[in-house]
Ligand binder design. Structure first.
Ligand code: NAD
Length: 275
């Protein structure tokens, strides 16, 4: 069964399920992304700071998959928010990826202490105008950052990529973003393996009822919540498991029981602490 797409506020579409490469060793990235593409993933989420854009690019180049059948995201790092640095960083990312354009370019963190994310966004607006990023968005932006961006710039981000999993659903940010046509991308969708999500009764009971694994159940919860996600695994068997989620659906009760696992359980860093 094919991966559903989500239509962004600029008319482009994005596969709702992709593959993320945070902490994927640069030396192993080509092999791992090649595995992911062979499994069927067509949406890859990387970032300049991951240091593995070249490996992603090599896997894409050797895959034989048509460029228009792929969706590639990369991100601008925090020390590159000045206009000149943002342009240079974008050129460098494109070169490392070996691509003429990316599908989505994100500001990685607001880095509010540096107070330059509005300037960075204006650079991204120009990059989008040039056609070398088809869509632009943000990551780790909370309501105050989104509010300021919308007030001071022209283009509404297509997505906000934030930490999101059953223990941390960020209701305030997701509601604010969705009301303004900004789609939510969930990073750390499996809680980065840092808390016993897969042992929660709500997850194991639903998994058992559908003959699926806890990871598949959590991925299905995200899909039914309308989140875009790209779980990461270096292991091809798990990549395939995480992709095999389109032949079942959770009931409303099962979705609600998993949503009830909310406990403000952040596993990553709070956006105010990353500069
Ligand atoms: P994740 O929630 O996808 O967790 C990955 C970990 O879950 C794996 O390392 C593995 O330990 C475990 N796992 C994966 N599949 C499993 C399975 N089937 N069964 C059991 N365990 C399994 O965490 P993530 O990689 O941090 O997040 C996904 C992607 O989000 C990243 O790769 C990256 O692209 C993006 N991300 C973005 C930001 C940001 O600041 N914008 C931050 C972190 C991650």
């Amino acid at each position: 069964m094919s991966v559903p797409t989500v239509t962004l506020n600029d008319g482009h579409t994005i596969p709702q399920l992709g593959f993320g490469v945070f902490k994927v060793d640069p030396a192993e990235t080509t092999r791992i992304v090649t595995d992911a593409l062979e499994v069927g993933y067509r949406h890859i989420d990387t970032a300049a700071i991951y240091g593995n854009e070249e490996g992603v690019g090599r896997a894409i180049a050797s895959s034989g998959i048509g460029r228009d059948d792929l969706f590639v995201t990369t991100k601008l790092w925090n020390d590159k928010h000045s206009t000149a640095d943002a342009f240079d960083a974008f050129d460098e990312s494109l070169e490392k990826l070996g691509l003429d354009f990316v599908d989505l370019y994100l500001i990685h963190w607001p880095s509010a202490a540096n107070d330059r994310y509005v300037e960075a966004w204006k650079a991204l607006e120009k990059i989008r105008e040039s056609g070398r990023a088809r869509s632009i968005g943000v990551s780790n932006f909370l309501v105050p950052h989104l509010t300021r961006l919308l007030a001071e710039t022209d283009i509404v981000p297509v997505v906000d990529q934030i930490e999101l999993h059953p223990a941390l659903q960020q209701p305030e940010t997701t509601a604010f973003a969705r009301e303004r046509g900004i789609q939510i991308e969930a990073w750390g969708p499996l809680g980065q393996g840092k808390y016993p999500l897969f042992e929660e009764e709500a997850v194991t009971a639903a998994a058992q009822a559908h003959g699926k694994s806890p990871a598949q159940t959590v991925i299905r919860w995200h899909l039914q919540m309308g989140n875009i996600l790209f779980p990461k695994s270096n292991n091809r068997t798990r990549m395939a498991e995480n992709f095999d989620v389109f032949d079942f659906a959770l009931t409303t009760e099962e979705v609600d029981a998993i949503s009830a696992l909310e406990r403000d359980g952040r596993v990553g860093t709070h956006p105010d602490e990353v500069n």
